[in-house]
Design a protein around this ligand. Structure first.
Ligand code: SF4
Length: 236
């Protein structure tokens, strides 16, 4: 079997990005003008439609939560969509999730991304072994997958393990193309295209209505969040 190189991967990501790009204005129509759930869900539907075209088996299944202890980066748009999903949870559940979000954000505030990446931090949205906002989970979670659960377990048991996760090539290409596509759509809509650490951004979004106003006016949504990667740092 021909082993794909990094150049092959980047070439295929660019090709898939080119296929998605023309549909972005329709998918993200209205972005930056109000609530974000509708646009974000249309984007996730398009993503699921393309990623499930791969019929290669993967090891991921309900109840497996190794990757729900990772350092997850999200866009501001995704953060507000998750905040909207949390607000719609039944009250008791919502209160638990919000409390957990603030606790994790406080616990990890001083961590650099390097330290966070080598610490198993249970995601605040993981309740009873399941994602409590599954329909609104970010693209980093939707795109993450493994073809070898033993590698996931190994990196969970030893956070300094250098074992590389095994990926399905098609899924990885589609994930990266869509991840870039959402940043392109944010840029096109003149809203913040920075990637933020999930809990830090979400805790701020849930606490401060001003962050949504900042985002709508094209400013940095979460200037107080230190764990972030700007578009310039991503090479955009
Ligand atoms: S948002 Fe959901 S899927 Fe993603 S890490 Fe948290 S619990 Fe897991």
């Amino acid at each position: 079997m021909h082993v794909k190189s990094q150049d092959d991967l980047m070439g295929d990501v660019i090709k898939v990005f080119g296929e998605i790009e023309p549909s972005l204005p329709a998918v993200f129509n209205g972005l930056g003008k109000g609530p974000v759930t509708q646009q974000t869900m249309r984007f996730y539907t398009a993503f699921e439609d393309m990623i499930t075209r791969s019929n290669s088996p993967i090891s991921c299944k309900s109840g497996c939560t190794y990757c729900c202890h990772y350092h997850v980066m999200v866009s501001a748009t995704e953060t507000f969509a998750i905040a909207e999903a949390i607000e719609k949870l039944p009250q008791a559940r919502r209160d638990v999730v919000i409390g957990r979000v603030h606790n994790v954000a406080a616990r990890t505030r001083e961590m650099t991304s390097e330290v966070y990446t080598t610490t198993n931090v249970e995601c605040a949205m993981l309740l009873d072994g399941k994602c409590s906002i599954y329909a609104a989970r970010p693209i980093a979670c939707r795109g993450h997958h493994s073809t070898d659960v033993s590698a996931c377990k190994e990196t969970f048991d030893d956070v300094h393990s250098t074992t590389l996760g095994m990926k399905d090539y098609h899924r990885e290409v589609v994930y990266r193309a869509f991840d870039n596509a959402q940043l392109a759509a944010n840029l096109r809509a003149n809203v913040d295209a920075t990637k933020y650490e999930l809990h830090a951004a979400l805790s701020t979004a849930l606490n401060k209505s001003s962050s949504f106003k900042r985002w709508k006016s094209g400013k940095s949504a979460f200037p107080e969040v230190a764990d972030k990667v700007t578009l310039a740092e991503m090479g955009g």
